[in-house]
Design a protein around this ligand. Sequence first.
Ligand code: SDX
Length: 420
Amino acid sequence: MTTAKLTLDGGNYEFPTFSGTENELAIDCRKLRGETTAITYDPGYGNTGSCKSAITFIDGEKGILRYRGYPIEDLVGRVRFSAVAYLLIHGELPDTAQLAGWRNDLTKNSLIHESMLKFFDHFPVTAHPMNILASMISSMSSFYPYDSEQEEHINLNIIRLIGQVKTLAAFSYKKSVGQPFMYPRSEYTYAANFLHMMFAEPTETYSVPKVLEDALDALLILHADHEQNCSTSTVRMVGSSQANLYACLSAGVNALWGPLHGGANQEVLEMLQRIQADGGDYKKYVAKAKDKDDPFRLMGFGHRVYKNFDPRAIVLRQKAEQVLNELGINDPLLDIAKNLEEIALKDSYFVERNLYPNVDFYSGIIYRAMGIPTEMFTVLFAIGRMPGWIAHWLEMRSDPDNRIHRPRQIYIGQPERHLP
Ligand code: SDX
């Protein structure tokens, strides 16, 4: 086995290394401080592995994203989101009987606790749906037993979270528009049920357009997991203290809400609308993004891991064209987005910094074509990411290397001093 050698303050040290399935190499520095008294310093953890994981593999240079070994391109359009959720959590795609049982469990657990309906009456109408979602998921631990040592509790809580997250999301939308809640229907797929709960009304017959059901299913699959991103790492960190599953996922929702993370899809749409309102002058905004004195960033561009292209953005760009064509929508924001992408991919500022469209750049165009309001975009991201968060929470709990997350620091404050 190769070792990493370190010379420090006249001392010579060796640390073991190990590799994963795809030959990624890690230096095991768990004994670094004990042997050298030094710690590593890696703000944002760009060079630090927090765990070993068998769930998702990303190759940022080659633009590869695989769930349990399957490239996302194999999964989108060929298996449903419910099957991908099963894959992420259980490690294998379900057979026919397993899928039928899983979908039945999810459907039967789509209704939220009736007492929780009253919570919606006490949020201001202006409440952001991510705030409502995080609050509701945290509150679920008050309504359902969560003894994390009982497998039956864990399995039922997983089903409840995946089954109810779409209901909580749709109900928060209905509340915001002053319409009655529409309950899920047992005969619908996961994506169709969400669209039904969002757009059906008690006075009308509503049938879910197949093009929208398929588009949403693809979007949920593309958002289902992404290894140790900010929100997933948050779920793992909160879980490392042995907090209950609901508390961990509520923390994940809050981390995802940030505009640099999942909140970017809302920011992208608002940026495109701002450019449109400003005469469509996208070159002006590219210049603003490059200006170090201007805090403006081209939202939906750049990624900590992808340094070539985000494979999800490739699929979503094609899906956006397809959905808008099938719906006969000519959205000027899509043209602005494509112009931004074209100019940025040739501009040295973006090329030198490996800034390419990410998953959030095109997703909002599709959500908008589906009639989803901008404020709900990040909630859709959370619905998709729910099985990924849960899969990582389960993996963390069974990881023999897992211990409570407690990073170190270098103190740069005042030296010791005393009151006079
Ligand atoms: C998601 O981690 C995941 O996997 C996340 C995610 C998932 O599925 O979970 O993929 C989902 O969060 C996608 C990212 C969505 N966020 C955005 O689109 C927001 C806009 N992008 C950024 O703010 C930024 O690119 C990040 C946050 C995505 C990545 O930040 P990094 O890796 O910390 O990079 P950085 O901020 O250090 O930037 C490096 C350079 C800087 O310039 P210099 O100081 O080197 O001159 O690139 C510049 C930055 O100013 N830069 C940008 C930019 N992003 C980075 N300049 C203009 N516009 C941008 N969008």
